[in-house]
Design a protein around this ligand. Sequence first.
Ligand SMILES: [Cu+2]
Length: 434
Amino acid sequence: MTFRTTAGAAALVTLGSLGLAATPATAAPAAAALPVTAAKAPPEPAPCAEASMVKETLPNGTTWQLCWRMDRRAGLVLEKAFVSSKRYPQPTQVLESIRVAQLNVPYDSGKTEYNDITEYGFGGVYAQDLTGDDCKGGSVREGFDGDDQPQRRKLLCVSAEASGLAYRLNAPDDQGNPTVFSKEGHDLVLRTIAKVGWYEYVTEYRLHDDGQISARLGATGDLSPSDYVNADRGWPIGKGAKDFSSNHYHSAFWRVDMNIDGKGNEKVEQYDTKHDGQGERAPKLVTTKTAITKEGTFDKVNRRWWRLVSPTSKNADDHARSYELVTGGGDRYEAHPETKPDVTFTENNACEKFATGNDDPQCATMKSILDFARDKQNLKDPVMWVRVGFHHVPRDEDQSPMPLHWQGFDLVPRDFTATNTLTPDGRGNVNGQN
Ligand SMILES: [Cu+2]
C-alpha cells in the first residue's frame, strides 16, 4: 500500500495497482487491467462505456471501484460501485447508481423559488473546472461535462481522506496477549462543483473503508444579493437592523438504485421499535419489521429505519446482505407535498429521473415522486428517493464567501460481510457468542 503525493496542484492518491491519475473519460473499460487480488477471480467489472472508472485502494486495504460520468442536469452520477477489502477480497457490487435528483430552493419571502437541477443543472455549463484548493491532496480527473455539446474538462476530484478513529479495542488477541487495537480510517472522496446563480454546490460521495457510503451536498458561494426582505422573514447581515437576507430552504433529493452483489431485486424493510412494558430491571423495547412491498412515501419517526435486502446474496454467516438508510431527515418543507416524505420507494423506471419536475417524454404523466408512487406498483426492483432538507437562516458569517453547509445521508452496510471489513489480525476469530 502506498500513499504518496506528487508535487504540483494535484496530488495522487494511491492506488491500487493501476496508479490512476486523470483517467480520460474515453478510456477503454479497464476490465483487462484489473489486478487479481483474491484467490477467486474477481467478477468482470462493469465496463464504463462513456464514463470513466475510479478504482482506488485505501490505506486499510479496502478497494472501491466504480464508474463516474456527468449528466447535464444531475451532475455527478456514480454507477456500478463494487467494494472489496483485505478480509473480504471478492469485489462485490453495492450500487447500480446514485445521483442528485433535485434541489428545491424556495425563499421564505414567497417571491422566488428555484429547482436547481431541472431548471439549471449541476453538469454542462454549470459544472465548474476544479482549480485552487478545490482538490487539495487529491487528483483531478477529466471527463465530459454532460452538455449537449460536451466539453472534456477537469471536473472530478478523487482523494483519500483520513476519517478519524475507525475502531479502538483494548482486549486480548487470539493468542491471549493483551493488545490495543487502534486504527485510523479513510474515505475515498469523489467531488464535483457546480455554480448555479450565486450559490455553488459541492456534490460529494464518501466511500468509507468499512463499506459505508455517505452522500452529501454542500452549499457555498454567496448569498443571493437580490433576496432582501422584512425582518420577520430574514436575518440582518449588514450593519444594524437592516439588510435582512431572506430565509430559504434547500430541499435536496437523491435517487439511489442499489444492486447488492449484482443480484438486484432488493426487498425493502422498515423497522420500528416501541416501548413494550416493564422488564425485571428496565423498561422493555420491542423491534418489529414491516415488509414494504408496494410503492409509497414514508416518514421518519423516532427509531424508525429502512433497509434494502438482497433476496439471494448472503454473507459468510448465512445472513442476507443489505444496506441501511441512515438519515436525520433534515428540515421538512411542508408547503409542497413532494418535499414532505423522507423517503420514497418506487419501482425502477428509467424515465423517472428527477424527484420533481421530471420531464422525460417517455414518462409523460410522471412528474414527481408522488406520481411515480401513486399507482402502488409491486416493488420488484426498488429505487429509493431520499430527501434531506435544510432551512437556511442566513448569518453575518455567510458573507463572504459563505462557509460550506452540508446536508446528506448515509448508506450503511448491514450484514454485507460476516464481520467488520477492517477486523485486524488477532480479532478475526470473534464472530457471535463463540
Ligand atoms: Cu442557503
